[in-house]
Design a binder for this molecule. Sequence first.
Ligand SMILES: [Zn+2]
Length: 287
Amino acid sequence: MPPLSAQKPITLVGGYLGAGKTTFINRLLNSGCLPSQTAVLVNDFGDINIDEELIRSGSDNDQVIGLANGCVCCSIADDLTSVLDELKNSAIERVLLECSGVAEPHKARQQCHYPGFYPHTAVVLVDALNHTHRCADKYVGALAIAQVEQADLVVITKSSANPEFRLAELQPSIDADDADALEIVLGWRGEHAYSELAGPTSAPRFSTQTWRPRRPLPLARLQNFLDRLPDSVQRVKGFVETDAGVVEVQRVGTVTRLQPWASRPASLGLVFIGYAKEDFPAFDEEI
Ligand SMILES: [Zn+2]
């Protein structure tokens, strides 16, 4: 095995569905703190790689590689291996891996022990607005807590929307809005305090489904449809053609955000991620 210095560090960016991973990665890419030869691997649980599209359009990094349709810590670990194999002898100096929102950081970290690479730090984003409520959820609470426990460093996002938020766990944490947050993340040395012997979490099985409407939807009805989704649908994202043009859809928890999207995305469609497949909408065209 080559000495550690010759190996390329992989910084993992994890955190629950909708914690703000893609936004944070775009900030890292635009910060000037990273070597120009940085590859960004983007793991989307659904079958359309929406985060890849958002990173391609939000930065000028041209080494964005999508890993879609599964979770990199479990179901598509082989896809990660083949990408690392291709990058092994390239000019790439550093890798950022955006884990899916349902990934367990310690499992994702294990996948990064690949010849020529080493897992540098598992950074986990925690959404100040939704985290407390989510940890109490009987279905997804154990996963949300485990993601934080397995972090080397926690980055708190959306704290301006909930300034009183404090993390109950003992992991070191910083605020995403701190002036030096990006430098801290990139310079952080993981302690790997998390015991690999700890038992598995009782995470539910997440499912995903994609809906590709065949014709433009009325914007108001799309909003109404999204507002009525049940709690078990934990995340919705994608691009949809409406009577007001293409919109980017982001739904985290019960909050939906629709905003105009100027360019033509590579794929139109909405990805739903949830833990009760029977709760997915019937995707009736007449929403
Ligand atoms: Zn996984």
